[in-house]
Design a protein around this ligand. Structure first.
Ligand SMILES: CC(C)(COP(=O)(O)OP(=O)(O)OC[C@H]1O[C@@H](n2cnc3c(N)ncnc32)[C@H](O)[C@@H]1OP(=O)(O)O)[C@@H](O)C(=O)NCCC(=O)NCCS
Length: 165
């Protein structure tokens, strides 16, 4: 396994990914709002694209942190997902995803959820492989970069205590 990153670091902007979809009736619950599972699916797709753009490799999802749905998105509205890599470690990276709803009649846009996911970069043999580090450029990039390290520590601690039960 190659664990030494010999690749040039990349700015956060290299992984920025945005996806927009219309919420169709088939993806809604009895209240006519989008199913949580559909949102989770889209989060995983947009997050994986950001991770692939950063790493240049295929990736697998290693972890999804807690996810709170702050407000519903109705059928006919748009769901917009924005993702980028907050920080890269050796073979893994944290991706932040922000989800918005847009009502095209009145132009209103609402932040409906946020999620943090960890992806692992895989080589052609399905083994974890080293990735470029992230260059945080803006003040938000830097805040997310610092916070990603704290989240990683508590994530890995929670993960090891789960397996040691
Ligand atoms: C994720 C996976 C590749 C890690 O494999 P592993 O044998 O534990 O590999 P390693 O111990 O070398 O860990 C690789 C990286 O994953 C990270 N990792 C592993 N489990 C993790 C978890 N639960 N949360 C966060 N990071 C995790 C490690 O910290 C390490 O990161 P680093 O190299 O940046 O320090 C493996 O557990 C796996 O294949 N899981 C299933 C993935 C999957 O099927 N996802 C859903 C569909 S895509």
């Amino acid at each position: 396994m190659n664990l030494t990153s010999e690749f040039p670091a990349k700015p956060v902007s290299a992984s920025v990914t945005e996806m927009t979809e219309v919420v169709l009736p088939n993806d809604t619950n009895n209240f006519g709002t989008i199913l949580g599972g559909k949102v989770m699916h889209l989060i995983d797709i947009v997050g994986a694209i950001a991770a692939r753009r950063h790493s240049g490799n295929l990736v697998v999802t290693a972890a999804v942190d807690s996810l709170a749905f702050l407000s519903p998105i109705k059928a006919g509205e748009l769901i917009i997902l924005k993702a980028s890599v907050n920080r890269a470690f050796k073979t893994s990276m944290e991706v932040g995803v922000k989800i918005f709803s847009e009502n095209t009649r009145d132009g209103s846009v609402k932040h409906t959820a946020s999620a943090y996911l960890t992806y692992v970069s895989m080589d052609d043999h399905g083994k974890p492989t080293a990735i470029p580090s992230v260059i945080p450029e803006t003040a938000d990039d830097k805040r997310r970069y610092d916070e990603a390290n704290l989240r990683r520590n508590s994530r890995l601690m929670a993960c090891s205590s789960e397996f040691n039960r």
